[in-house]
Write a protein that binds this ligand. Structure first.
Ligand code: PMV
Length: 355
């Protein structure tokens, strides 16, 4: 790489993905990332992005992901570099960054890699640009956790919810400025697991940005939006009471509704594969037979998430493996949210040397 470091200090943020229980689908305004509806998600613990940022000399930013390095000189309009510009402007600081990022899970196929990716990028770049890495010190520099969540959602809407742990609400508000992102229930409130069956790790054929626009062409979109306040109320109540059947009913209805809007949108977007459809029939019949205490949700991709009580996890995984032996299965849980660490002179706070 063609740059010299300005400092021996680097900052590493690790941010989790999140799975929406009531989905954000459609925007009222793309520039301000104003969502068409409120949403609530569960932050995960294992599916994470780890991003390291370090200040460098010059006017060019660098970004490395999956063994490929690009620079803002050749990729000026890349979403990563646009986000770094947004971060500098929001924090009122200048300076170029070298950023390296990696995921613990497949990218762009409905496991919300953009959520963990933009959350980690926001936090690592905020720390490197301000030289602060605790929530308290970042807040003193004007970067409260909620402000960082709003910056993250400007990169990718769902990323805002990954800045908090537990169960997180993103409210649309009356105008773009009155949006709120906050933790509704702590990770200790309810020990839920997410068994993700990866039917395909191919990148999705239609990005969520395109599908958010296509939603407005669906005749099912207005009725979906008018039902959201009641769905949010019932979902929050189900989480509060730790009532999995009640949560499952709303969550499944919401996922099917989101995909129905996508499929009837303009243009029509179908994220399902044959496996996805077979899976829906399978989980319903297993549940009806009293064999599987798990409920599904599906993001913008063919892969499915089975939400269950962590006490039933082994049983749920075993049944999923027996039915889908060829598929990659990821086991995840409700998580505590992101972390930020400082590494000095190649040695982290614990004295471990990094090479
Ligand atoms: O953050 P985006 O623009 O990739 O949209 C995410 C949309 C869903 O993941 C399908 C739902 C959600 O609320 O996370």
């Amino acid at each position: 790489m063609n740059h010299s470091y300005l400092t021996s200090t680097s900052y590493t943020a690790t941010a989790p993905s999140n799975i929406a229980l009531v989905k954000y689908w459609g925007k009222k305004d793309a520039a301000t990332q104003w969502p068409a509806n409120d949403s609530i998600s569960m932050t995960l613990s294992e599916s994470r992005t780890t991003t390291t940022a370090r200040r460098i000399e010059g006017l060019v930013d660098w970004f490395t992901f999956g063994g490929v390095t690009i620079s803002s000189e050749t990729h000026r309009d890349h979403k990563i570099f646009r986000h770094l510009n947004r971060m500098r402007e929001a924090l009122g600081v200048s300076g170029s960054l070298s950023v390296e990022s990696q995921n613990t899970f497949p990218t762009g196929c409905g496991i919300a890699s953009s959520a963990s990716g933009f959350a980690a990028l926001t936090l690592a770049s905020a720390a490197a640009l301000t030289d602060e890495f605790t929530w308290e010190r970042l807040a003193i520099r004007g970067a409260t956790q909620e402000k960082l969540a709003h910056l993250a959602r400007l990169g990718s809407g769902s990323a805002g919810r990954s800045v908090f742990g537990g169960f997180v609400t993103w409210s649309a508000g009356e105008n773009p400025e009155s949006q709120r992102i906050s933790q509704s229930f702590s990770p200790d409130h309810w020990n839920l697991s997410d068994v993700i069956i990866v039917f395909s790790d191919q990148e999705k054929h239609v990005s969520s940005s395109e599908a958010h626009i296509a939603a407005w062409g669906s005749p099912l979109f207005p009725p979906r939006l008018s039902g959201i306040p009641e769905r949010m109320r019932v979902t929050k109540q189900a989480i509060e009471k730790r009532d999995l059947a009640a949560l499952g009913r709303e969550m499944e209805a919401d996922a099917l509704e989101m995909h129905a809007v996508a499929m009837t949108g303009s243009p029509s977007v179908n994220y399902f594969r044959q496996d996805t459809v077979d899976y829906i029939s399978w989980i319903r019949s297993e549940r009806a037979a009293g064999l599987l205490p798990a409920w599904f949700t599906i993001d913008a991709g063919p892969n499915v998430h089975m939400i269950c009580d962590s006490r039933d996890l082994n049983h749920v995984v075993a049944r999923a493996k027996a039915r889908w032996p060829q598929s990659h299965i990821i086991v995840d849980h409700v998580g505590r949210g992101p972390t930020i660490e400082k590494t000095e002179n190649g040695t982290d706070a614990k004295g471990v040397k990094h090479v």
